[in-house]
Ligand binder design. Structure first.
Ligand code: FO1
Length: 311
């Protein structure tokens, strides 16, 4: 059996994960999910990357947005808007149920790990979703015109259309890996760094004390999938953020970020010409279609990542 640990952010990770659980026994898969995007809004604890993973693999995600539930209604948010309340972060009526349940359980003393397991279980996923930490880890983004703001204020309120001057993971130094995280990474046959934003989706995971070292220790079994294809991010601001923070928005730039912790980088056919440069960074470069626009590509990519190549 192939035990898999997946370091996951939002949309790109969720799509690959859907492929992975189709190739190996879901019971052997553990997702280590980013919580740096989390926020408390309307008194509710919202965990976007955890919910995006769960909704996507459950087949319930809104296919256009890549977040939230499909077929949503927005009555509650319209009411909030009527009062002039905070309505830039769109919460669908059914999605609100997830946040209501999570918040109630946390107020009863449940841990984020426990309530995440309950939510994953109720969607019948069959694999483990672990928050990287139960601590108060929050990604903070400093932007040119407003100073330091929360990740969702950058990503949603400002529509990430403002230059980033720095990113920090508030609270990381006093966080510890959630139960099961280090063991999942240590015991996996394959550790996958999913095609998520290296800075604000994978970065927070590695900022939790002990996690980066745990991944580095498994370097030979770590496979990263580039979220950058031909110099661009498929979704979100990863390419711009990489440049704004002094990195290359290219597969070679991604290789430089991951070379210490992953022996293999999977890049799209569009970046085949960079294979030698990636190998020069000390990584094995695997060139495959990585744009998961249809199930066939997703499953083939999952097989590649898991080393279960086409027969
Ligand atoms: N992304 C948006 O661009 N606009 C939104 O209004 C929005 C609301 C939202 C609500 C719940 C949720 O789980 C995710 C939501 N997202 C929204 C996505 C969210 O910003 C994620 O953090 C990003 O997808 C990055 O991972």
């Amino acid at each position: 059996m192939t035990r898999v640990a997946v370091l996951a952010g939002g949309v790109g990770a969720a799509r690959l994960l859907r492929g992975i659980v189709g190739v190996v026994d879901p019971a052997e898969v553990t997702v280590v999910a980013n919580v740096g995007d989390d926020l408390v809004l309307h008194g509710l604890h919202i965990s976007p990357d955890i919910d995006t993973v769960i909704y996507t693999v459950a087949g319930a995600i809104d296919p256009e947005r890549g977040w939230g539930l499909g077929g949503e209604t927005w009555q509650a948010m319209e009411s909030v808007g009527r009062y002039g309340g905070i309505d830039w972060f769109n919460l669908g009526d059914r999605d609100l149920g997830t946040h209501l349940y999570r918040t109630q359980r946390l107020s009863e003393g449940a841990t984020l790990s426990e309530v995440t397991a309950e939510i994953a279980e109720s969607w019948g996923l069959g694999f483990r979703v672990l928050p990287v930490t139960e601590g108060a880890l929050r990604t903070m983004v400093t932007v040119a015109d407003e100073g330091e703001i929360g990740f969702q204020e950058y990503f949603v309120r400002r529509r990430h259309d403002v230059a980033v001057t720095s990113v920090r993971f508030d609270g990381s130094e006093s966080c510890e890996p959630a139960p099961g995280v280090l063991d999942a990474i240590a015991e996996a046959d394959v550790v996958v760094i999913a095609p998520s934003n290296p800075i604000v989706s994978i970065g927070p995971l590695l900022a939790v004390p002990g996690v980066r070292d745990a991944v580095v220790a498994r370097r030979e079994s770590v496979v990263a999938v580039s979220p950058i294809v031909a110099g661009a991010a498929l979704k979100g601001p990863a390419d711009r953020m990489l440049v704004e923070l002094g990195h290359d928005a290219s597969v070679v730039g991604v290789a430089r970020l991951y070379r210490d912790m992953a022996a293999t980088l999977v890049v799209d056919d569009a970046d085949a010409s960079s294979a030698a440069a990636i190998e020069a960074e000390g990584m094995t470069c695997v060139v495959r279609p990585t744009i998961m626009s249809e199930p066939g590509v997703t499953e083939a990519l999952a097989r590649t990542v898991l080393g279960v190549e086409e027969r």
